[in-house]
Ligand binder design. Structure first.
Ligand code: NDP
Ligand code: MG
Length: 404
């Protein structure tokens, strides 16, 4: 049977890796149809993707709908164009869509990812921020509506692959006693500053921060990798996805990025998933699950791997990791605040208003100030957005304070 796929965030790095697996000349089963695509600012690129993949529907920002529609018709393409968050939501709710690749970056991905869960779709989740902001609401929507959530973040995909089949099929809960899962081990490359001092890290330019040694990724996640906020967001993501407390999720530095994560069992077994650092592998796994498909990925040359290293993370240098643990323990208002502050702080760093090491400071101060306001834990998306907006204001004030 052909899976009809909607790729939200098709113009980004995950979009590229996904579409590389869905080339129109792909003849091997399973078969896929690229049914819908979305883009935000790179609309020239979206137009070429429309020419190449000929989707039925495409989503762009509201203000770009009519111009993009006329560009499509000038190219002789009959594709329905929808706009804004409402457009993204109408795509995930479309009864023709089987699979949604949630690959929009940041909080902008939350409404459509949640709507996909509510519509009971098969979701290939890259947008970790959706679980960071709305983990319990997302997981409940998945369960209540019979959706399937398959992680494509490489660490979570690795853990998923190392879990027993029974948990894979109901990954809303790890039944620890029956399956012997003791701990999850998230691996972290350490990014470009693993072996540099805090002082060197504080002087980093944007170009140095986005220059990841092993992975090629979008700008925001690359900066998150440099501060290790990415691993912090992944800790929160894993706690929700696999329903475990943070004390049962360890982070180990593994600079080679060959082991993508591990599951430790009570009998002393550790199961690990290995592979070249290439997002096409976890995406192919999730696209084809429970089958396997061909992916154009460089095989690992095991004879060429001189050594695999494992190091303890430095929580003073990478304070964002410590903040993520305390945010999980504090609850949803804290995780939303941390995510919102981080988005503001990363943008301020890109705009050269603050230093790379200021990101952790802004995040921590925002979390502290938000903790003093008496927000109840949000129950629905409007309340999440309210906390998110408030945290952004607090974080912007922290950016201003650092600049003065
Ligand atoms: P990119 O920046 O490369 O792509 C982001 C995508 O989101 C683009 O299609 C972009 O459109 C779109 N977008 C940006 N802002 C908005 C908005 N306000 N509304 C709608 N769409 C928007 O990011 P990545 O592909 O690297 O990351 C995407 C997600 O996947 C992130 O959550 C990231 O954490 C996660 N992830 C990424 C990995 C990677 O290897 N890249 C690995 C694991 C997880 P446009 O480009 O047209 O502006
Ligand atoms: Mg990851």
């Amino acid at each position: 049977m052909t899976q009809r796929v909607a790729i939200l965030g098709a113009t980004g790095s995950i979009g590229d890796s996904t579409l590389a697996l869905l080339e129109p000349n792909q003849t091997l089963p399973p078969s896929f149809e690229v049914y819908a695509l979305s883009g935000h600012s790179r609309l020239d690129k979206l137009l070429s993707l429309c020419q190449q993949f000929r989707p039925s529907r495409v989503a762009v920002p509201e203000a770009a709908v009519s111009e993009f529609a006329s560009r499509l018709s000038q190219c002789g393409l009959d594709i329905e164009v929808v706009g804004g968050q409402a457009g993204l939501i109408s795509i995930v709710q479309d009864s023709a869509v089987d699979t949604v690749v949630a690959a929009i970056v940041g909080s902008a991905g939350l409404p459509s990812t949640l709507a996909a869960a509510q519509a009971g779709k098969r979701i290939l989740l890259a947008n970790k921020e959706a679980l960071v902001m709305a983990g319990s609401i997302m997981m409940k929507a998945v369960k209540d509506n019979g959706a399937t959530l398959l992680p494509i973040d490489s660490e979570h995909n690795a853990i998923f692959q190392c879990l027993p089949a029974a948990i894979q099929q109901d990954n809303t809960q790890i039944h620890q006693s029956s399956y012997g899962v003791k701990k999850l081990w998230l691996t972290a490359s350490g990014g470009p500053f693993l072996r540099q001092s805090y002082e060197e890290m504080s002087q980093a330019s944007v170009a140095q921060a986005v220059n990841h040694p092993n992975w090629s990724m979008g700008q925001k996640i690359s900066i998150d990798s440099a501060t290790m906020m990415n691993k912090g967001l992944e800790l929160i993501e894993a706690a929700h996805l696999f329903d475990l407390p943070e004390s049962q999720i360890e982070v180990v530095m593994h600079p080679q990025s060959i082991i993508h994560s591990m599951v430790e069992y009570s009998d002393g077994s550790y199961l690990a998933q290995l592979g070249s650092p290439d997002m096409k592998t976890p995406i192919a796994h999730a696209l084809a699950y429970p089958e396997r498909m061909q992916a154009p990925v460089k095989p690992l040359d095991l004879f060429d791997l001189a050594a695999l290293e494992f190091l303890r993370p430095d929580l003073d240098k990478f304070a964002c990791l410590r903040l993520a643990r305390s945010a999980i323990r504090a609850g949803m208002v804290a995780t939303i605040s941390l995510n919102a502050a981080n988005e503001i702080a990363v943008q301020a760093f890109i705009d050269e208003q603050v230093k790379l090491t200021d990101i952790a400071l802004i995040n921590e101060r925002t979390m502290d100030k938000m903790g003093e306001l008496s927000f109840e834990a949000p129950q629905q998306i409007e309340e999440i957005i309210e906390v998110d907006q408030r945290a952004r204001q607090v974080a912007l004030a922290e950016v201003a304070a650092l600049r003065s």
